[in-house]
Design a protein around this ligand. Structure first.
Ligand code: NI
Ligand code: MN
Length: 216
């Protein structure tokens, strides 16, 4: 499995020659070319997560997986969708994924209700990967830790709209993941952090901070 960071909360994950995108907001990575994408996952409808999902979906003929209301919104824009609710696995050609709770809000850039926000757990290549979306620290992370036992967790750390570093460290403990990939920081002034603080605090609890460079 190869994980490419596209800035903010956007990732391209490649597994057995197939690729999927998560929250493709590409402001930090304008030169990125979406090629060979099989699926696109969107955690919630805010513009910094929906990003270029509709455009890429159309160009690649790749369905958008999202919570029912957001999937319907995307379907009205003329793209293929896989609508999901929280809590059951959906099978893909490269593995499987389940939507899990996130504590946040969700409306589209034009103000339409986007259903509940979510995170995703991916079962790929013998590894379990958790992308938290935008969320506050919450006790569901204990459940996610117990039920899905993620190996790698992508956690927001920028504060203001989501968890900050202190809460992300607590989330990392509850989730039990051994590698923590930070996201949703330093894109804007309001979510700026000193990434060295994150690295130090994650090491202090015996986990690996995996700070990815934005990959153009
Ligand atoms: Ni948001
Ligand atoms: Mn956000």
């Amino acid at each position: 499995m190869d994980i490419k960071y596209l800035g903010h909360s956007a990732f391209e994950v490649e597994v057995s020659g197939k690729k999927f995108l998560i929250d493709p907001f590409l402001v930090a990575c304008p030169a990125y070319k979406a090629e060979g994408i099989s699926d696109i996952f969107v955690t919630h409808a805010h513009g910094d997560h929906l990003g270029s999902a509709v455009e890429i979906s159309k160009a690649a003929n790749a369905p958008i997986t999202a919570i029912y209301e957001l999937a319907n919104y995307c379907a009205k824009k003329g793209v293929l969708t896989n609508d999901i609710g929280l809590g059951s696995w959906r099978e893909y050609s490269w593995g499987r994924a389940v939507a899990v709770p996130a504590f946040h809000s969700s409306s589209t850039p034009d103000g339409i209700y986007g259903g509940c926000p979510c995170g995703f757990v991916f079962d790929v290549d013998g590894k379990t990967l958790y992308h938290a979306g935008d969320t506050a620290l919450n006790s569901e992370m204990k459940v996610i830790g117990e039920v899905y036992q993620p190996d790698i967790a992508m956690l927001p750390i920028g504060g203001k709209y989501t968890m900050d570093i202190e809460h992300a460290v607590k989330a990392a403990e509850w989730l039990g993941a051994s590698e923590i990939i930070p996201m949703h920081y330093n894109t804007f002034e309001a979510i700026s952090v000193n990434i060295a603080d994150f690295e130090r605090q994650i090491r202090e609890i015996g986990k690996i901070p995996r700070v990815l460079k934005i990959n153009m």
